[in-house]
Design a protein around this ligand. Structure first.
Ligand code: UGC
Ligand code: NI
Length: 161
């Protein structure tokens, strides 16, 4: 069993796995006659084949208890997958870099700060959505599809210091 301490999520620490979606501290420019600021292209939707368009879904997830016992990691080879909290929910992110083999030394766990979302790069290994404290509602942007899921058994215990 791999034991991990969840670290604070930062764009630099997450760069090998995808992007952090967070308007705070990101570039923006005025639109709509100055009434709106556009925080442009915080992450890229990457769909690797043309059989399906990018999908926008909403996930309503029940909270996990801690320590988090992960039994498997999954990946979506055909597209990225983004999770954005709709009510300042915190969640745990467990990831490993894209590739056919998962090196336990490269697995990382993060905890978000309730304002952050993530966009998993196509092929990034990750634990399934794990929201903390209360039922969470998330906007999800991905390719979907039963053909876009690859799972690997991996037992990981995650603590949040
Ligand atoms: N199955 C599904 O749509 N969700 C997972 O991919 C996940 O990362 O939670
Ligand atoms: Ni997924």
């Amino acid at each position: 069993m791999l034991e991990l301490k969840a670290r604070k999520l930062t764009p630099a620490a997450f760069a090998a796995f995808g992007e952090v979606i967070d308007s705070r501290g990101s570039e923006s420019f005025p639109i709509n006659n100055g009434r709106t600021r556009r925080h442009h292209a915080l992450a890229k939707v990457d769909i690797r084949d043309t059989t399906t368009p990018p999908l926008i879904s909403v996930f309503v997830s029940q909270p996990v208890s801690l320590p988090l016992e992960v039994e498997l990691l999954e990946r979506h080879p055909l597209g990225s997958q983004a999770f954005v909290p709709l009510h300042e929910e915190r969640f745990i992110v467990v990831v490993a870099p894209p590739g056919d083999a998962i090196d336990p030394r490269e697995v990382r766990a993060f905890v978000t700060d309730c304002r952050q979302g993530v966009n998993y790069r196509a092929g990034t290994w990750h634990a399934i959505h794990s929201v903390l404290e209360r039922e969470g509602e998330f906007l999800v942007v991905d390719r979907g599809g039963a053909d876009n899921l690859d799972e690997r058994e991996m037992r990981i215990r995650v603590v949040v210091p």
